[in-house]
Design a protein around this ligand. Structure first.
Ligand SMILES: C[S@@+](CC[C@H](N)C(=O)[O-])C[C@H]1O[C@@H](n2cnc3c(N)ncnc32)[C@H](O)[C@@H]1O
Length: 244
């Protein structure tokens, strides 16, 4: 697979944020009480299954998968995230440093039961290539489960002014908790159509499409953000299947 012409858009930002992410994401409301419960609800029973945690960050999802009896291969483009994931998982998973935009050359065809990719595709420009690689490594009947920023508020509330139908680069200021300096977080903004086009081109069939609501635990920790997320979507979660 040819190397992309651009460096990974968010790698430097995640190198800066890795320590804070590792410390905060296990309990931070948007992760613990919004993204994770919704995304995990789309997984099948993973006991004995081979799961790829694509863009694993500090390995929080991988740890959950291992505790549920899955065999896990995880990777991330940020060496600091990989370091935190290795510390969290020890020898219970294989954790690699790899860039999803360069493909999954470290995996053979048809070897994975489930590809899990939460909150990572926002940093990938070419979704057709990413889903094609997920499909290549999946066994027939295998699943992709992923979450992304919801395209509707992304454009119409936060980043309008460009062209909804184009892939555009946007930059946000992230604090990720109350301590530390803000981090400029660049990512790509995709349309809803891009998601379905890329899944379709890869031969993946959508089984479930979820616009999650925050949980009650979210309300207890961040009541104002809870009210907002009960009225407008923040993330979108999807489960798609490679035909058997
Ligand atoms: C919001 S974090 C999500 C981490 C983890 N999936 C979770 O939900 O806890 C996004 C992660 O994507 C990783 N990432 C960004 N671009 C990537 C790329 N091109 N290849 C692999 N990982 C990437 C970042 O380094 C970061 O760890």
């Amino acid at each position: 697979m040819p190397k992309p012409a651009h460096p990974p858009i968010a790698m430097k930002a995640y190198e800066r944020l890795a320590e804070r992410y590792n410390r905060r994401a296990p309990t931070k409301a948007h992760n613990a009480h919004y993204d994770r419960p919704a995304t995990l609800s789309l997984l099948p029973d993973v006991r004995g299954r081979q799961v790829l945690d694509a863009g694993c960050g500090p390995g929080i999802y991988s740890e959950w998968l291992i505790n549920e009896g899955a065999r896990v291969i995880a990777f991330d483009v940020s060496s600091r995230m990989v370091g935190f994931a290795r510390r969290r998982l020890g020898n219970r998973a294989e954790v690699l440093e790899a860039n999803l935009e360069e493909g999954l050359g470290f995996l053979e065809d048809h070897t994975i039961d489930v590809v899990l990719c939460p909150l990572v595709l926002d940093y990938i420009r070419d979704w057709q290539q990413a889903f094609a690689e997920f499909s290549r490594v999946l066994k027939p009947g295998g699943l992709v489960v992923c979450s992304i920023s919801h395209p509707a508020p992304d454009y119409f509330l936060y980043h309008s002014g460009g062209n909804y139908f184009e892939v555009e680069t946007v930059i946000e200021r992230w604090l990720f908790g109350r301590d530390g300096d803000p981090v400029e977080m660049p990512r790509y903004r995709h349309s809803l159509g891009h998601l379905f086009d890329a899944l379709g081109s890869a031969g993946l069939i959508v089984e479930k499409f979820l616009e999650p609501r925050p949980t009650e635990a979210f309300r207890e920790t961040e009541p104002e953000n809870y009210d907002t997320l009960m009225r407008r979507p923040g993330f979108l979660c999807i489960r798609a299947k490679k035909p058997a």
